[in-house]
Design a protein around this ligand. Structure first.
Ligand SMILES: Cc1ncc(COP(=O)(O)O)c(C=O)c1O
Length: 400
């Protein structure tokens, strides 16, 4: 048996992806018994419940009909990078030149390229707990060490600088922050973002700001650390910001995102992008350009729907005495599943039992890190009926 590098081979299973497989298995088992099970209520996945808007889809179709679709530049086409520089100024409120933007295969591809371009074996990256599960796998792939900084609902899931100070070692190279946050729904206030930037400066760290949910904010204002930098500081390459089309434009399957930073660091990142994907398909880049230059009301329509569903979930949690906090962004809510008999109930087993007994999938908090092990993450990207039925079922199940 030659299973590959042990630290990659032995990574914990990604329970979010795995739940889809398990849900399918439950269906097959029912079929084998001659029973018909309705499709599962899927509340585990961060998949927008909307179709990519028509004008965006059409732009890709037109490109396929009209353009040669040869290899393109690894950094992305200039026409898209120009539109992105405008978007960054409009939405994220800092100025970049198109030369500071590179196109990647989703936020995922951008983050992986940043890690590979900056971190080596044994380097430590400070990562929030709970966090988007891919950070684990991505850091393992480049041999770097994940050092988590725990967050909690009592402190509104916001990082604590004093705690971060205690985690710094001579091997610390990077601080990763994620606001607007998944799975926490936290939007960092401007003063905290400024303090986190100071922390990174003080310890000479890269600051990777994962801003993939930048346009799905209900309350508060998303502030990018890059908006605090002078042009010279931005050029330095300390701060790296990552974005995606997946969430704002319901384009998860199109696999396109982008990264901004100083031109010298971007050069290293683009070598990694080139090595891993050559370039994102021109047809997909045309769709992204149509998303940016077309009507933007699709974003507010989807955002309003997520906010309405967030409100619905909060009301239900209050009704069931399980309200802990209100998420201010993205489309998830963490529900505390502990009870007096099980003060530290394990989310993984809870999610497996809930699937078997109620045919509902939730994201076990453990998939996002130990700090969320007694939480279920419910995706608000489902229908109102699914959220209503699902939240009630989770609460009743948690009371047992
Ligand atoms: C916090 C966070 N960052 C990055 C991503 C990557 O998204 P994509 O690769 O679809 O752009 C996700 C996706 O769920 C996410 O939740």
């Amino acid at each position: 048996m030659k299973p590959g590098k042990p630290h990659i081979h032995n990574l914990p299973i990604n329970d979010i992806t795995n739940l889809s497989v398990l849900a399918q298995r439950v269906q097959q088992e029912a079929e084998a018994r001659g029973e018909t099970l309705p499709p599962p209520v899927r509340l585990h996945i961060g998949e927008p419940s909307f179709r990519t808007p028509e004008h965006i889809r059409q732009a890709a179709i037109d490109s396929i009909g009209r353009e040669p679709l040869t290899y393109g530049p690894a950094v992305g086409w200039p026409w898209l990078r120009e539109l992105l520089a405008e978007k960054i100024a409009r939405v994220n409120r800092y100025r970049v030149r198109p030369e500071n933007v590179a196109i990647a295969m989703g936020g995922t591809g951008a983050i992986q390229a940043v890690f590979l371009a900056t971190l080596g074996v044994g380097d430590e990256a400070l990562i929030p707990d709970p966090h988007w599960p891919h950070y684990n796998m991505q850091l393992a792939a480049c041999g770097a060490t994940l050092v988590s900084y725990p967050l909690n609902a009592e402190q509104a899931w916001l990082p604590d600088i004093a705690q971060l100070e205690r985690l710094v070692t001579p091997r610390t190279r990077m601080l990763v922050i994620n606001s607007p946050g998944n799975p926490t729904g936290a939007v960092f206030p401007a003063s905290l973002v400024a303090d986190l930037l100071d922390f990174a400066r003080r310890h000479d760290l890269y600051l990777l700001s994962d801003e993939c949910y930048d346009e799905i904010v209900f309350e508060g204002r998303h502030v990018s650390p890059a908006s605090f930098l002078t042009q010279d500081e931005f050029t330095e390459g300390r701060v790296i910001c990552v974005y995606t089309f997946s969430k704002s434009y319901a384009m998860t399957g199109w696999r396109i995102g982008y990264v901004t930073t100083g031109a010298e660091l971007l050069k290293s990142i683009v070598y990694v992008l080139d090595a891993g994907m050559t370039n994102v398909s021109t047809a997909i880049q045309r769709a992204a350009a149509a998303a940016l230059s077309g009507p933007q009301d699709c974003i507010s329509e989807m955002r309003n729907a997520y906010q309405r569903r967030r409100d619905l979930a909060v009301v239900l949690l209050k009704e069931h005495g399980r309200y802990v906090y209100t998420p201010h962004d993205a489309f998830y809510i963490l529900v505390d599943i502990s009870n007096s008999r099980y003060p530290q109930r394990h989310a993984r087993q809870f999610s497996l039992d809930l699937l078997r007994e109620h045919n509902i999938t939730i994201g076990p908090g453990s998939a996002f890190g130990p700090a969320a092990d007694h939480y279920a993450r419910i995706s608000l990207a489902a229908s109102d009926e699914e959220i209503e039925g699902g939240v009630r079922a989770v609460c009743l199940f948690a009371d047992r």
